[in-house]
Design a protein around this ligand. Sequence first.
Ligand code: FAD
Length: 312
Amino acid sequence: MKPPPLRIHRPTTLEDTLDLLSEHSAAGKVLAGGQSLVPVLNMRLAAPSDLIDITAVSGLDELLVTGDDGQTEIIVGARATHRRVERSAEIAAANPLLGEALRFVAHPAVRNRGTTVGSIAHADPNGEMPMILALTGGRVDVRSTRGERSLEADELNVGPLETCLEADELITRAVFPGLPAGARAGFDELARRSGDYGLAGVGMIVDVDDDTVTGLRCGFISVTDVPEILNLDALVSGTGLNDAPEAADAVVDAVRNFIDPGGDIHASADYRRHLTGVLASRLFRRLCRGENPRKRAGGTRRPATDTKRGRA
Ligand SMILES: Cc1cc2nc3c(=O)[nH]c(=O)nc-3n(C[C@H](O)[C@H](O)[C@H](O)COP(=O)(O)OP(=O)(O)OC[C@H]3O[C@@H](n4cnc5c(N)ncnc54)[C@H](O)[C@@H]3O)c2cc1C
């Protein structure tokens, strides 16, 4: 199928973009990379009369790291593609979590066109970047002809594929805090095929001070309706880095109790719950060992049970 006839506007300034969004707020939609919206249109799950294509709007392609050591912010403009974010050495230095998660977003061809802000606006609970925004404590900056506002991730996401954005509002940029000093962060997921949405995925930030864990926050994909962050500071605080394998068991229990997965033709709810615990255990132990991420392979290179240590 193809979409019903519609008009495409291609503004070049932010002011014109906001005017068009205001004019067509009843049945208009922002078009960024089109990697989620175009399939939705083709399947006729949405039928806007007007698309406001932002790919030529000046000022929306910023990609930079601001601030100094310990308090940096990563600014990702609405036109910045996943691939540009993934490949930025400055962003990797400020917070490796973004690049690590982006390697799991679809295929390079999709990442070459799809934008990180578009992904956040799309609010897919299977998507990596809405969760990473929440896990890092990030925000989006939003504009309309009525003014501007900033929204934290938990304000923005109100349900699966649903945000609190008004129809005339444009996210101009996403802002991700840099990783605090001493923190270690990582992401892992399992998909049936490389490039598919993950059956489950876990992002993690471990705070470390002098060989001791002082904090732990986890975010999940595909097992909660909106990005929800599990704070396990009290559970792991005081754990020595060498004692991580023992502490991982308690982390796994807490994670499996926290999430609320559903089942579908790809995986049952029970399997997703089990898998999320396995991923959390591996990630926690890997971050405590200070190791680099495993290379992304088709799905995962190991089965979803950790038979070697008999854990999780
Ligand atoms: C084969 C395939 C596999 C994929 N796999 C994954 C995956 O594993 N993980 C994953 O996270 N994603 C995946 N995606 C989706 C991909 O990440 C998209 O790029 C992303 O979801 C949307 O970005 P976009 O720039 O293409 O947005 P578009 O498709 O243009 O827009 C998506 C939605 O966001 C709105 N929007 C876009 N930009 C703004 C803005 N600045 N302000 C307000 N609203 C805005 C649009 O109106 C639309 O409703 C996949 C896509 C494909 C085609």
